[in-house]
Each structure stands twice: as structure tokens, then as C-alpha cells.
Design a protein around this ligand. Structure first.
Ligand code: NAD
Length: 332
């Protein structure tokens, strides 16, 4: 903690999300600040240290990372690496005695999630997942509509999330754990879970035909799936790495609510059968990190814990199993 009472965050992995969203957001936070870096690239370390005034003693590479345990400036480690590397770095951070934020998807298997949760529990440290939309007013509005039922009970959900240009590790199953489902479809799973406030009990899924098989050799290009929730609520979802889509919609007994775009960093818009939603735009990442720092300071639970990330990974794995087998897969 610094003299202003802000907790120090070290970002692990200085890629797009760290550079363009998290580091700028950390200039706006009230309860935490950018205190350290973990990067394999000396060039990036140099550029970032000048830009954000970070002392050399708070800069690590992947080999020296474990010595972060001796650094009192760092309270929280934020893992922003390719999906398959999350488990290793979360566990090493916990063993170094740090609280941890891990990007979504939490990991590529449920077994890894269990090990991550256990490591943080054994260290007595908190673990949260980078679910920024739990701090975004329109998405919070959807949660309220599911809970307070102003349009009656929800009867059906639809959710779509896709983007048109993808490259690098996201196309490599070993590093990404899968294709657009792991990266973008997870927002649809989340959206349907937090809007209904329920857990899916079974899924069916179908892979989209590949329009570009040379590009999508190890991962799916697109995927549609249906999640069955209690009370006969069905959620029809689609994700893609070749089509732009961004929507979350709930049909209820006496009305509807829709966000479009629903999952962007900025410019989320919402409408219900009663008219447009009127909520402010916020810096989602700043709110998310501030909430975690506040939770640590006040010893209260985070609303986006490791268990929530684990449940999503469990559902994603069931969706892949349904896609591969062509069968309905129950989620136990
Ligand atoms: P990126 O490719 O831009 O950055 C990845 C970083 O990891 C790079 O700095 C790279 O150098 C480093 N790295 C270390 N070892 C690597 C390896 N073996 N292969 C490839 N890169 C390696 O990716 P990103 O978009 O910043 O995504 C990072 C994580 O953040 C992912 O888990 C992603 O799902 C998540 N993310 C979350 C959001 C969100 O809205 N919550 C948005 C974007 C990304």
C-alpha cells in the first residue's frame, strides 16, 4: 500500500489489454495503482517504466517473478497472459503471498481452476476474475430485471458475441484452450447466468461450418449453442471469429430488455419494451479493480470470485463436449 492508501497492482503480460485498457484505467482508480510490471520483453519494460514512472525494483521478468514475494509495494498480481498460462501464474502469485486478479477465461480446464482456487485459499489471499461487466450499469440493469422481475419472469434469452479479425495465440488451441467460445462466447454464458440469476442444467451445441479452414486449423471458427436453465428457460447463443455480433436479450412474460452492444469497453446501449435505458458510461476496468482493492481492504468477498470463473469454464467444457458429440450434455 502506498502513502495514499492505494494497493499496488503488478500487471503480468503487457499485451493489448494491459496496454490499452488496464494501465490507463489504473490512472483513474481510487483504491489501487500501477506499481509493478512482469514482462518477458526488456523493450516493453523500458517504455512502460518511463511512461508510468515505475521503479526498477518493481519490474520483473518471468524468471524473476517469484521474488515478487519480497516486494511490499505489490499487493495484487493481475494475470493478463494467454489463457493457458493463467493457472501457472495465478498459482505462483498466490505462493508469493499476493492477492490475484486473473483474466477471463479463468483457465482452460476445471482442474486448473480448482488448483488456482486451492492455491489462493492456502495462501489466505483473494482471487477474482476480470469480469468487468459486473461493474457496468447497463449489465447491472439486466441483473436487476432478472431479479426484480419488472416484466415478469424471464422466459427466453439470446446472446451473441463475435469479432471479425483475430490473430496470434487466440487461433492456437494449446494457448487459448479453444476458439471464440473461450474468448467471446464466455460473455454470452456470463450474460445469461447473471441476467437469469440461474445456472444452466444442460447444453446442446453445433459448430459453424468453416469458411476459412486454413486460418482455423485447431479451433472452431464459430459455434451456436443452447443452454437449458431451470423453469424451462432456454438461452440461444452464438459466437464467431469471422462475424461481428454483440447482443444480450431477455424475453420476459410482459416485456423484454436488450443490450446492443452489450459487452464492449465503451458505448454500451440498452433498451426495454418500456423505452431506452438511461445509464452512464463508466470506466469498467477502473471500477472492477477498485472494487477488488476495496474488497481486500474491507475484508469482504469480491462479487466476481474464482468460483464464478470455474463455473464458466465448466459450462464452456460442456459446450465443447456437446459440440463434439452432437449430444445433449448435462451440467452436473
Ligand atoms: P495479447 O496477445 O495482446 O497479450 C498477451 C501478452 O502475453 C503479450 O504481452 C505477450 O508478450 C505475453 N505472452 C507471454 N508468453 C506468451 C506466449 N507464449 N504466447 C503469446 N503471448 C505471450 O492478448 P490480450 O488481448 O492482452 O489478452 C490477454 C488475456 O486477457 C487473455 O486471457 C484474454 O482473454 C484477456 N482479455 C480480457 C479482456 C476483457 O475484456 N476482460 C479483453 C482482452 C483480453
Amino acid at each position: 500500500m502506498n502513502t495514499e492508501g492505494k494497493l499496488g497492482i503488478a500487471l503480468v503480460g503487457l499485451g493489448n489489454y494491459s496496454e490499452n485498457e488496464l494501465a490507463p484505467a489504473l490512472q483513474e482508480t481510487q483504491h489501487c495503482y500501477l506499481a509493478g510490471l512482469v514482462t518477458g520483453s526488456p523493450d516493453k519494460a523500458d517504455k512502460w517504466k518511463k511512461k508510468y514512472n515505475i521503479p526498477d525494483k518493481n519490474i520483473y521478468d518471468y524468471k524473476t517473478f517469484d521474488t515478487i514475494k519480497d516486494n511490499p509495494d505489490i499487493d495484487i498480481v493481475y494475470v493478463v497472459l494467454p489463457n493457458a498460462m493463467h493457472a501457472e501464474y495465478v498459482i505462483r502469485a498466490a505462493k508469493a503471498g499476493k492477492h490475484v486478479i486473473c483474466e477471463k477465461p479463468m483457465a482452460i480446464t476445471v482442474e486448473e481452476c480448482d488448483q488456482m482456487i486451492a492455491a489462493c485459499a492456502a495462501a489466505g489471499k483473494m482471487l477474482s476474475i476480470g469480469y468487468r461487466l459486473h461493474f457496468e450499469p447497463h449489465n447491472l440493469g439486466m441483473m436487476r430485471i432478472g431479479k426484480e422481475k419488472p416484466f415478469g419472469s424471464i422466459v427466453k434469452m439470446t446472446a451473441e458475441n463475435g469479432m471479425g479479425d483475430t490473430k496470434g495465440w487466440r487461433l492456437d488451441k494449446v494457448l487459448a484452450g479453444g476458439g471464440p467460445l473461450m474468448d467471446l462466447g464466455i460473455y454470452c454464458v456470463q450474460g445469461c447466468r447473471y441476467t437469469t440469476g440461474m445456472e444452466p442444467v444442460a447444453v446442446t451445441a453445433k459448430e459453424a461450418a468453416k469458411t476459412n479452414p486454413e486460418k482455423f486449423t485447431t479451433v472452431e471458427e464459430g459455434l451456436s449453442w443452447v443452454m437449458e436453465f431451470p423453469d424451462n428457460i432456454k438461452a440461444a447463443c452464438t459466437t464467431s471469429y469471422s462475424k461481428e455480433m454483440n447482443k444480450l436479450r431477455a424475453e420476459a412474460q410482459n416485456g423484454w430488455a436488450e443490450l446492443s452492444p452489450a459487452y464492449e469497453y465503451r458505448g454500451i446501449k440498452g433498451e426495454t419494451s418500456k423505452g431506452k435505458m438511461d445509464f452512464p458510461q463508466v470506466n469498467q476496468q477502473a471500477k472492477q479493480m477498485d472494487d477488488f482493492a476495496d474488497a481486500i481492504k474491507n475484508k469482504r468477498p469480491t462479487p466476481v470470485p474464482g468460483e464464478m470463473g470455474r463455473q464458466d469454464v465448466k459450462i464452456l467444457q460442456a459446450i465443447y463436449k456437446a459440440m463434439e458429440s452432437g449430444q445433449r450434455v448435462e451440467i452436473i
